[in-house]
Design a protein around this ligand. Structure first.
Ligand SMILES: C[S@@+](CC[C@H](N)C(=O)[O-])C[C@H]1O[C@@H](n2cnc3c(N)ncnc32)[C@H](O)[C@@H]1O
Length: 173
């Protein structure tokens, strides 16, 4: 199973390097800018670790980067085939500017985007692929509605492949 499949779109986002658990991000089209304190890791029972909002976020606010190793889709698919259940599912496939990519966040990195759990029906975040000034595609999670402090941040992994759903029935909800 892969974490997510998303069709990206171009938007202009500039970001400075993360400082501790906060990072500066600007989304010119929405006028949102500021230091965004990254959310917090919590345990969510059968889901394992997840990410909670440490403050309220308005709809459209950038939340987290889904950070990992950027590869081609082809390489991502090769890795998926080579992986076993012990590797978890941290491959995020996406498209940007007519090209297809994969971010492999399998390695424990301390970055929080890779720990965001799935919800199809109650998603409050949405992934978006963006091209930063360095021309490297990146993935960010944005608030899809207003998010209250303490809420778990979840997004729809978008993996509806029958074999994946059969193996991971929680993908249905
Ligand atoms: C990208 S990881 C998310 C972080 C993970 N919970 C952890 O502790 O490392 C994806 C994995 O989280 C679990 N997961 C995510 N969303 C879930 C859900 N709605 N219900 C049950 N398990 C979920 C599954 O084990 C899935 O393979």
């Amino acid at each position: 199973m892969v974490v997510a499949i998303v069709v990206g779109s171009f938007c202009s986002v500039e970001t400075a390097p993360e400082v501790g658990r906060c990072f500066r991000i600007t989304v010119p089209s929405s006028g949102l800018s500021g230091w965004w304190c990254a959310p917090q890791v919590r345990e969510y029972g059968a889901k394992g670790r997840g990410v909670a909002a440490t403050r309220a976020f308005p709809r459209g606010a950038p939340l987290l980067e889904y950070a990992g190793e950027l590869t081609s889709r082809r390489e991502g698919l090769r890795r998926e085939l080579a992986m076993g259940p012990e590797d978890g599912c941290f491959l995020f496939f996406f498209r940007l500017g007519g090209r297809q990519y994969c971010i492999d966040a399998t390695a424990e990195s301390g970055r929080l985007g890779r720990l965001v759990n799935h919800s199809r029906r109650r998603a409050n975040a949405r992934p978006r692929a963006v091209l930063l000034a360095d021309g490297v595609p990146r993935l960010f999670l944005f608030a899809d509605r207003d998010i209250a402090r303490g809420e778990e941040i979840v997004f729809d992994y978008g993996d509806a492949r029958p074999a994946a759903v059969e193996e991971n029935p929680w993908l249905k909800h």
